[in-house]
Design a protein around this ligand. Structure first.
Ligand SMILES: *[C@@H]1O[C@H](CO)[C@@H](O)[C@H](O)[C@H]1NC(C)=O
Ligand SMILES: *[C@@H]1O[C@H](CO)[C@@H](O)[C@H](O)[C@H]1NC(C)=O
Ligand SMILES: *[C@@H]1O[C@H](CO)[C@@H](O)[C@H](O)[C@H]1NC(C)=O
Ligand SMILES: [Zn+2]
Length: 506
């Protein structure tokens, strides 16, 4: 997850505490196994388990940190490139896998399937991580140490598990002499945590100019949540079908400087402070139920314990009440509305001088049912003071909601794969990501963008992402490799089976 827009990656997960669901018209999508015979996970040999674990450990030990846009640890990233070449020689030497570097340190693999007529898809991940110092960690964050079945280290959940999981799956497929039928890309960005402008954006531009269109794309995002969603006891899997948008504004008030012995009635600091306070006192309107979060609650309704299951199954009636309850906690409030966060405030030059300038930075995360323009308009109306100049630093709309109905190839292939590999999950539903990922750079290549990490998260794990003691259980990581193995094989299907026909009937 991106540091700047998703530094609260935590929020992505915590936001889910809110998730609920309803009317079971969609039961077919929720509780029935997906169409077709289910592939059983193939067990890994003891040697393979050892290999995949050591490969991930080695990856975690390379401190591929991104500090800020333009300031990433390039030498570690170079080392990382050499490392994957060393541990996955089969991938780099296969006659149908083409590898190239993009933007200096990002990797793009093109896996040429045997049927060039099938539209390709993409597996997306990023090799950079947010900074971590030893302080507060049970083991140093780049030491790759193991404790109680968990591999600790920065990047074990975000996102070296995916980088290594995808390449490991590819390596095992090649070892078993499997050539995929459908072509696909593996794109590994190097600056996701600080915008993705040099990595993902360049890869997307390159493919776009080559006329590539993708059947679907899967990136990090939501996950299997076990005891995270309040009111749901069994584990559920959420697949992100959209991400909130974002606006960063700079507010500036300029006044004539002067001596503090003859002050004006209002200084730039006073004027700006009042404006910022009005923004905090007047949050953006609650939009609960007006966006894709409704589908999440609807599809998970039966999973809630009584009486929440009744409430969630009848959101047509209870949405206003549920919305109000969700507003209580910052983590769930983020699902309900466009959030407002005042993040920087700078003013003043000297103790006895009337400040010429006061500047503030405000970051909004836009609810999927709202736009940049609407948020700007509301902001101007709330500030309602011409002396406060508003400048847009950066803005993008919430991402379009990816299709997730029975006919959506990518979504159904991902669902089937989750059912196969995480068979202990009781429901799968679409969800909203509160943070942003590299996937938004690929909008021109496909409308089917899904955000799911094959990881198993309990409530106490949420804070580990971008936080202290990030770790992954080795059992979960093995399942992650299985997930990509199955996903690649399931994607070979030329099209989804017609409803009510299982695969072996075809
Ligand atoms: C990059 O960021 C790190 C950490 O903030 C800092 O120590 C270093 O000086 C920065 N490097 C450059 C070239 O800005
Ligand atoms: C505030 O913003 C103005 C205009 O962008 C700039 O000239 C000034 O240096 C800034 N002042 C502070 C204290 O950041
Ligand atoms: C998609 O294409 C449009 C039009 O060519 C371009 O302006 C836009 O920047 C592209 N979007 C992305 C995310 O690259
Ligand atoms: Zn990430």
């Amino acid at each position: 997850m991106m540091a700047r827009c998703g530094r609260a990656a935590v929020l992505v997960w915590l936001g889910l505490v809110a998730i609920g669901v309803t009317a079971l018209l969609r039961v077919g999508l929720v509780s029935e196994p997906p169409q077709g015979a289910r592939r059983r996970p193939v067990g890994f040999s003891a040697l393979e388990k050892e290999q995949l674990r050591e490969a991930l450990r080695g990856a975690v030990k390379i401190p591929t940190v991104s500090f800020s846009p333009g300031n990433v640890t390039t030498s570690a990233m170079e080392e990382f490139g050499a490392y994957i070449q060393k541990v996955f020689p089969r991938v780099f030497s296969s006659s149908f896998v083409h590898h190239e570097m993009v933007g200096g340190y990002s990797h793009l693999f093109t896996v040429h399937g045997s049927d060039p007529h099938l539209q390709p898809y993409m597996l997306l991940a990023h090799l950079d991580v947010v900074p971590a110092s030893d302080e507060g960690w049970e083991v140093p964050p780049f030491s790759g140490q193991e404790r109680d079945g968990f591999l600790y280290g920065r990047g074990t959940l975000d996102n070296k598990n995916a980088v290594m999981g995808i390449l490991q799956a590819m390596d095992f497929l090649l070892k078993r002499n499997h050539r995929p039928i459908r072509s696909f890309y593996i794109a590994i960005g190097h600056d996701e945590e600080v915008s993705g402008h040099d990595g993902a954006r360049k890869i997307a531009a390159k493919l776009e100019s080559a006329g590539v269109r993708l059947a679907f794309l899967i990136d990090e995002g939501l996950a299997v949540l076990d005891g995270v969603v309040k009111g749901i006891k069994r584990p559920v899997a959420l697949v992100g079908t959209t991400e909130k948008g974002s606006i960063t504004l700079t507010l500036t008030v300029q006044r004539d400087p002067g001596h503090s012995s003859v002050p004006p009635k209002e200084t730039s600091i006073g004027i700006l402070a009042a404006a910022v306070s009005r923004l905090e006192q007047n949050p953006m309107p609650s939009l609960f139920g007006k966006g894709p979060e409704l589908a999440t609650f609807e599809q998970l309704a039966t999973q809630f314990t009584f009486p929440l299951n009744i409430v969630m199954a009848n959101l047509w009636l209870f949405a206003p009440v549920v919305g109000r309850i969700l507003e209580w906690e910052p983590s769930t409030n983020a699902l309900v509305r466009t959030t407002t966060a005042v993040t920087l405030f700078q003013a003043g030059v000297k103790a006895n001088i009337i400040p010429p300038f006061a500047n503030a930075t405000v970051n909004f995360r836009i609810h999927p049912a709202q736009t940049v323009e609407e948020v700007l308009e509301l902001t101007r109306a709330v500030i309602a003071d011409d002396r406060v100049k508003i400048r847009v630093q950066e803005a993008f709309n919430p991402l379009p909601v990816s299709p997730h109905d029975e006919g959506s190839f990518g979504f159904q292939i991902i669902r089937r794969t989750i059912h196969e590999v995480f068979s202990d999950v009781s429901a799968i539903a679409p969800g909203v990501c509160i943070g942003n990922t590299d996937s938004r750079h690929y909008l021109n290549l496909t409308s089917s963008i899904y955000r799911f990490s094959p990881i198993w998260l309990k409530a106490e794990d949420l804070g580990r992402i971008h936080g202290l003691n990030e770790r992954i259980s080795l059992e979960t990581y093995e399942r992650g490799v299985q997930f990509y193995l199955h996903l690649i094989q399931n994607s070979d299907l030329p099209e989804l089976p017609k409803p009510h026909k299982s695969l072996h009937e075809l």
